[in-house]
Design a protein around this ligand. Structure first.
Ligand code: N01
Length: 546
């Protein structure tokens, strides 16, 4: 049992950091359990990703009816989705509706950024300090800070000194209207693809600065009619059951057929069908199983998609620039697009290849490119948009000064890459749970589906802690080593694990070495769910409980 120091005692049982999709659901579940719980969030409102990312064109690429909570039949009966892939505004409205319906807001403190969290050995609790100085003492801390909540900027001189408007997609100012303006967008990942497509015909001039090209596939968005909504609602049980059975928690599931089991003619017919019918996600999540695992079938698929891009972009040189050469289709996260390639046929849009002409600096009036041999080109614009991604997965943890047993810093412990016990804890950090963090199945799944697994496990674990009077819960080092080995081994089976993307910790905008990191678990949601359940069934063998 605890030996709580009389001078300092916990004022709370459970503190959740983050009021996004994950934190809100965890809050709801812990209120049901009946423990004392509070949420802090650095934003002024709830919604996490959907609160922050307000850039034009922002939407998710999971089918709306799979990107919602499944825990309440009443909620499922009340909420109508308007589009197959809902916009940021619709998703945020949904999360606000959920918070109001279940009376969650009064348990959340906004504008509360956690700066530091120290484990207090003499008492077995966490002393959490907010940026403004307030301290909260909680027995358990549950991290739901998101995977992509720390934006990164290019490491070039002059960032922050531009005379016009300079913004990251993550921080798009609410009053920024780019109509009639000259705009630079840097980056063609999922965020860049969306913002570029959305603003291209509103702006006077759009210059897209691209380093490596990124594969995209047709999103297939469209309105959901009342009739369709009724049909979907009647099938929710089957839809959620199906999503629970697929590796990524989407309605798309890899075909058990190998590409070599069918003729080339059949393959091409199938791929053309998917492409033409806006089922781009099925090209990488629902395709012949070997296309995401073996180099040769992946190459054939990549060539197919490359040809489709060539058909859509008029200028062959521009088309070639838009076709990735450094990785195959689906080896990085594929962006869903709706007219992205046609944008480059517009006279007001220019694509610049940063591999040939790198950014030299950001200037008072725009961006200076290095043309080689001492020559430069000045791009003069009104707005610069950094669609340059995030310090993904571990960034939100690094930003908080977590101090565990004997004052060890989490950031130091993870210097060479994160290591976790089954994706939910790190040794030396008792009572600190990672609901969304490295090596967890939630990171690679259709997000609400993935976090439901972890939150459901956490909620069952909280019941266990309370019923058995457990005051200290800590991952065992041997279990941590075993989990990291397992994740490394299972990830190596997929081509996705070998690309330079945030899935593997690559981010040259950060001051750290570029060795691949084991950031996410690619073994699939059903396997991860089973692994978590094993802990419950066997009395938490990977953890030490006191
Ligand atoms: O970030 P990214 P994102 N100079 O890291 C380029 C989710 N998401 O915000 O490939 C020049 O993917 C970089 O180039 P390169 C989704 O999970 C979902 O777009 O490194 N360029 C790349 O082109 C996604 O995976 C949705 O050479 C620089 C881009 O910036 C994740 O968020 C929508 C640079 C960064 O791409 C992140 O997507 C949006 C530099 N210094 C986001 N640094 C949906 O659901 C980076 N780049 C639809």
């Amino acid at each position: 049992m605890t030996s709580t120091a009389p001078s300092e005692t916990p004022d709370l049982d459970y503190l959740i950091i983050g009021a996004g999709v994950c934190g809100l659901y965890q809050l709801h579940q812990l209120l049901e359990v009946g423990v004392s719980v509070r949420v802090v969030d650095s934003n002024a409102g709830l919604g996490g990703t959907w609160y922050n990312n307000r850039y034009p064109g922002c939407r998710f690429d999971s089918e709306s009816y799979t990107y919602q909570y499944s825990f309440s039949d009443e909620l499922l009966a009340e909420w109508d989705w308007k589009e197959r892939f809902a916009s940021q505004a619709e998703t945020l409205a949904y999360l606000e509706y959920v918070a109001d319906k279940f009376d969650l807001r009064r348990h959340i403190t906004f504008n509360a950024r956690v700066a530091r969290a120290e484990w207090v050995e003499d008492g077995w609790f966490w002393r959490v300090t907010l940026a403004e100085g307030e301290q909260i003492r909680a027995r358990f801390v549950l991290c739901a800070m998101g995977l992509l909540s720390v934006p990164t900027y290019p490491r070039v001189p002059g960032v922050g000194t531009f005379g016009g408007v300079e913004t990251h997609t993550f921080d798009w100012p609410e009053d920024l209207d780019v109509t009639g303006k000259r705009v630079i967008v840097i980056g063609t990942g999922a965020s860049g693809v969306q913002v570029i497509t959305d603003i291209a015909d509103q702006v006077e001039q759009l210059i897209v600065l691209q380093r490596d090209a990124n594969w995209c596939a047709p999103l297939g968005n469209g309105p959901i009619t009342a009739e369709e909504m009724a049909k979907l609602r009647a099938s929710y049980d089957e839809i959620f059951d199906w999503c629970r059975s697929t590796p990524a928690g989407f309605i798309h599931r890899p075909d058990r057929t190998l590409s070599t089991d069918v003729t080339r003619e059949e393959r091409l017919r199938h791929w053309n069908d998917l492409y033409d019918n806006g089922q781009g996600a099925s090209l990488y999540m629902g395709n012949y199983r070997d296309t995401m695992m073996e180099a040769a079938p992946n190459r054939e698929l990549s060539e197919f998609v490359a040809d489709r891009i060539r058909q859509r972009v008029h200028d062959p040189e521009v088309a070639e620039l838009l076709i990735p050469k450094d990785h195959g289709f689906g080896n990085k996260r594929v962006a869903g697009e709706s007219g992205f390639y046609e944008v480059f046929n517009q006279p007001n849009v220019e694509l610049v290849d940063l591999m040939a002409y790198p950014i030299k600096e950001v200037t008072e009036t725009g961006i200076r490119l290095d043309l080689g041999d001492g020559r430069v080109r000045d791009l003069e614009v009104d707005v610069i948009v950094y669609a340059t991604g995030f310090d993904a997965v571990t960034g939100p943890f690094d930003r908080i000064d977590f101090r565990g047993v004997d004052g060890v810093r989490l950031k130091d412990q993870w210097r060479d890459g994160p290591e976790t016990t089954v994706g939910v804890q790190a040794t030396n950090f008792p009572n600190l749970f990672m609901l969304v963090g490295p090596q967890s199945g939630s990171a690679t799944a259709n997000f609400p589906r993935g976090i439901e697994d972890v939150v459901n496990w956490m909620t069952a674990t909280v019941r266990y802690l309370e019923e058995h009077d457990i005051a200290r819960f800590e991952g065992r080092r041997e279990a941590e080593i075993a989990w990291v080995d397992h994740v490394r081994e299972i990830n190596s089976l997929l081509l996705l694990a070998h690309s330079k993307s945030w899935f593997n910790g690559h981010n040259i905008n950060l001051d750290r070495d570029e060795r691949p990191r084991v950031m996410v678990y690619l073994g699939g949601a059903p396997r991860y769910r089973r692994r978590l359940q094993e802990e419950i069934d066997n009395g938490y063998p990977s953890f030490e409980l006191r």
